[in-house]
Design a protein around this ligand. Structure first.
Ligand SMILES: C[S@@+](CC[C@H](N)C(=O)[O-])C[C@H]1O[C@@H](n2cnc3c(N)ncnc32)[C@H](O)[C@@H]1O
Length: 209
């Protein structure tokens, strides 16, 4: 594991209770994220392949939400602390330690992959590798929903996220990288910083070609 991943995992281990208190509310106050996940789940159900990974699942609330939306969902994360919380909060769900750079999953075995703010700490040069790994594990027609911080700049912008250094992305750049990885972009949602989270928020929904 490279150093930035160790640092990210350790940083999340240190904020589990605070992070869960702030964000593990099932997206109650985030209708855009909530409904993009609803759309994602509906499209995954249509593929007939319900197996879905919540990549960088954190406290596990979205793994639980995906299950409630009819998917056979499980969560993967770097951080043992986050995973311990997820298992306590959702004992009936499955969670395992893994890194997105090397998923412990076979080729074409998922109907869906959710990466909800979990690729934000990955240095831009390594993002193509993560997308290629997601494309590898998705079945034909399987779906990826990637949610992230967006920027109107032309290049990714590093910023001091509260937990660990993070990057915001020009939406078109990230969409191009998804396409390069063999993912056909079905929808992009960008919403205003004044709306639910207080920053430019983006979601890319893509289908395995
Ligand atoms: C901002 S939190 C998002 C958690 C959850 N998806 C949510 O939306 O609340 C980022 C999560 O991704 C995990 N993470 C970051 N980089 C990762 C990587 N390379 N592999 C696996 N998990 C990673 C972190 O440990 C953390 O739990």
């Amino acid at each position: 594991m490279t150093r930035h991943q160790d640092e990210t995992g350790a940083a999340y281990d240190g904020v589990v209770a605070r992070y869960a208190a702030a964000f593990a509310n099932g997206l109650e106050h985030q209708p855009f994220s909530r409904n993009m996940i609803g759309t994602f789940a509906e499209l995954v159900r249509q593929t007939g392949s319900l197996r879905t990974a919540d990549l960088g699942c954190g406290p596990g609330h979205l793994t639980d939400m995906l299950t409630g939306l009819g998917l056979d969902a499980f969560g993967l994360d770097l951080s043992p602390g986050m995973l311990a919380h997820a298992r306590r909060a959702h004992p009936e769900r499955r969670f395992a330690q893994a890194r997105m750079e090397s998923l412990p999953l076979g080729d074409g075995t998922l109907g869906g992959a959710l990466a909800h703010y979990s690729m934000i700490h990955t240095p831009p040069s390594e993002l193509p590798g993560l997308l290629a790994e997601q494309a590898r594990v998705l079945a034909a027609d399987g779906l990826l929903l990637a949610s992230f911080f967006a920027t109107e700049e032309r290049e990714p912008v590093r910023f001091d996220h509260k937990v660990a250094p993070a990057y915001s992305w020009p939406v078109e750049r990230l969409a191009e990288l998804a396409a390069d990885a063999g993912l056909f972009v079905v929808a992009k949602l960008i919403h205003d910083p004044q709306s639910e989270r207080g920053f430019l928020d983006a979601h890319i929904l893509a289908r395995r070609a």
